[in-house]
Design a protein around this ligand. Structure first.
Ligand code: SF4
Ligand code: SF4
Length: 91
């Protein structure tokens, strides 16, 4: 039986994305592109979860998580004050 592919989703803080395209350039699977000068996960099904985009973004504007964490993330996101700089949440 074929092994099921692990899937990922992207959290994008548009307020912090300056459209520099660094994440687009570093993504080895060409998942990301710019739309209206903001990053957009155009092909999330191709994401391998390497987190190069997250690690290379100078503005903490993109995060990558396994889809299994999506519900948990959506529950907790209501407790995240997005008016704060995103690095403030990385304690
Ligand atoms: S997510 Fe970060 S690296 Fe990607 S375009 Fe926006 S600011 Fe640049
Ligand atoms: S985690 Fe890796 S494969 Fe997925 S969008 Fe980011 S750089 Fe591309």
């Amino acid at each position: 039986m074929a092994e099921s592919k692990k899937r990922f989703f992207h959290v994008i803080r548009e307020n912090y994305c300056k459209g520099c395209s660094i994440c687009v350039a570093f993504c080895p699977k060409h998942v990301l592109e710019l739309r209206n000068s903001k990053v957009f996960p155009a092909r999330p099904e191709d994401c391998i979860g390497c987190r190069m985009c997250e690690l290379r973004c100078p503005d903490f504007a993109i995060e990558v998580h396994p889809v299994e964490e999506k519900a948990k993330f959506e529950q907790s996101v209501s407790f995240i004050d997005l008016s704060l700089p995103p690095e403030a949440h990385h304690v």
